[in-house]
Design a protein around this ligand. Sequence first.
Ligand code: COA
Length: 371
Amino acid sequence: MNQDIYITGTGQTPFGEHWDLSLKDLMEQAISKAIESSELTALDIDFIIVSNMLGERTNDQAHLGAMASAMLPHRPPAIRTEAACASGSVAIHTALSLLESGRAETVLVIGVEKMTDVPTEEISAALMGAADAEKDIPSGLTFPGIFGLIANRYMYEYSLTRDKLNIVSARHHENAVYNPNAQFQVKIPAEKVSQSATVADPLCLLDCSPISDGAAAVILSTKHESPIRIVASQMSTDTLSITDRPSLTSFPATKDAVERALEEAQISREDISHLEIHDCFSIAAIINLEDLGYAIPGQGIRLYEADNSMPSINKSGGLKACGHPVGATGVKQISELTAQLKSSNERYALAHNFGGAGATCCIHILENSNA
Ligand code: COA
């Protein structure tokens, strides 16, 4: 980064089913919490970026920038970003560019999604907007279907057993017990994962991130200091369709973005103490750890087999157990890691958020100057 950019406020609604709250209510709650957590007033915010994927499809609502701006007394300029499940991290990436350029000094990023008001079939169809409409949709694929194919291939190439795959979701559920904002604050014994209903063979219900409502907000500033800074922000893309990829068992956009982020932060991956990774499905978590360079191909599961892995992985419960309101997820990861760095007093944390089957990937690295 060519500027010091501080995380000066964070706020999150609980993730889950919020039938009594509108998209607007969720945004208002997260924004208020972020402002209350900071030493700023609303008037210090000079730009807003809203992250959301499905507003038009699930809530008949677009134009979320103006909606968020009207929540502040001085109505600062506001835009919306959309990059499927990576919408939140792309919003952060965009905010950092505004701050680096000097166009803004304090930016509020608010990620929001309200998915539970429509039936699962409708959400599954809407989420397929993240894939290739010409290639993937006509073949009848859904995202559980796409990751089911990926899981099958990975198990074939690396002899990963179904029993071992169970450990991933079990660990994320165990972590979520300690997160009051998580959708599922319950432990799930590993064997229950493969005993849950098959969704897209070999993936079962408990391999999947859920359908969620929720919002998360962060305030980023070059003017108002705090101990936590963002020291790297890198984005990389790939083809929308998995049929255009040479391999199903790795996401090159993650590899590219993480190398550039580590170089930007001038650290090595061993310096990082906390990871929040994009575990939209259990198999994705394993592949992500390999693409991030923490394990060689085929060995990602080993980090889950260890009792206490270093770095910590998805202490929030990840997408699986904390929930995955898609537009909010990338923002929640930054808010979560800010809290994790403060409470552990460790120095570095890394957020990995992707959209579709790894077609947009953003990596952010956070540094705690008190550590
Ligand atoms: N993990 C744990 N529990 C879950 C769950 C999940 N992923 N999804 C649903 N449940 C629970 C519900 O809370 C409910 O419990 P209850 O009976 O105690 O109330 C029960 O399972 C049935 O829920 P329901 O809403 O009927 O499930 P569903 O069959 O409609 O949806 C999935 C289940 C897995 C199909 C859906 O969660 C899904 O599509 N997930 C993937 C979302 C996705 O693709 N995101 C984008 C990633 S790229």
